[in-house]
Design a protein around this ligand. Structure first.
Ligand SMILES: [Zn+2]
Length: 222
């Protein structure tokens, strides 16, 4: 059994942990209440994303559907500063990744970047937070491989055709990164048509990655 430090005990009393889905106070060390844990649907899906210009199909392991309490929770995580939700989502993601990709042969974990401007405004990249924790849980190194060079329109405001066009050319591999020959797990927050993951995976493959597969917290049913 692991004992908590006095500091942690005091912090839990002053700032008790809350359920990521319904905000109810939960016991120390927990991130979800019993009711939500039992009720929230896990789809544990593996979505296929075809990359026409590479002739490759990549997979995306997704534990949740982007609806109801999951949707509200992700919005709080992404736009309202609830950075601590990353630990919960990373755990659920890592569990599903372990089951979906057998045997687990990844060399590295990376995430879909946001633009420097958006990062400045939001203060963090939600996908990177999840990816860093998930990498630790999977016992894999985390590397930044990509940057987003333009602030394009938000994907959720566009239709399928516009989404593909909107992400074209906005992601680049960071100079000098050792991508060649790597088997990479690419992480994003949510997946809809797969346009963003397709574009990022394509950049990684063009930079010499041997294989790319993905994971996202939740799938938006278009
Ligand atoms: Zn709850």
């Amino acid at each position: 059994m692991k004992f908590k430090s006095l500091f942690d005990v005091i912090m839990d009393l002053i700032f008790p942990p809350h359920c990521v889905f319904c905000s109810k106070v939960v016991p120390s060390g927990s991130q979800v209440c019993e009711k939500c844990d039992a009720e929230i649907l896990r789809i544990d899906a593996v979505k296929r994303i075809y990359i026409p210009n590479m002739g490759e199909t990549i997979l995306c392991a997704v534990p949740y559907l982007y609806q109801d309490k999951v949707r509200q929770s992700i919005i709080r995580f992404k736009f309202y500063g609830q950075k601590q939700f990353a630990a919960f989502y990373a755990k659920k993601m890592a569990e599903h990744v372990l089951k979906s990709y057998l045997p687990l042969r990844f060399d590295a974990v990376t995430s879909v970047p946001i633009s420097a401007e958006r990062r400045r405004l939001r203060g963090y990249n939600q996908s990177e937070l999840i990816a860093r924790v998930a990498a630790k849980q999977l016992n894999l190194p985390y590397y930044e491989y990509l940057i987003k060079t333009a602030d394009n329109k938000e994907q959720h405001k566009l239709n399928k055709k516009e989404r593909n066009k909107n992400v074209k050319g906005v992601y680049k591999a960071i100079d000098g990164r050792d991508i060649a020959g790597k088997n990479i797990l690419l992480i994003d927050d949510i997946v809809t048509t797969g346009a963003t993951l397709r574009e990022c995976a394509s950049v990684l493959l063009q930079s010499g990655a041997q294989k790319v597969n993905c994971s996202a917290i939740a799938e938006v049913l278009a």
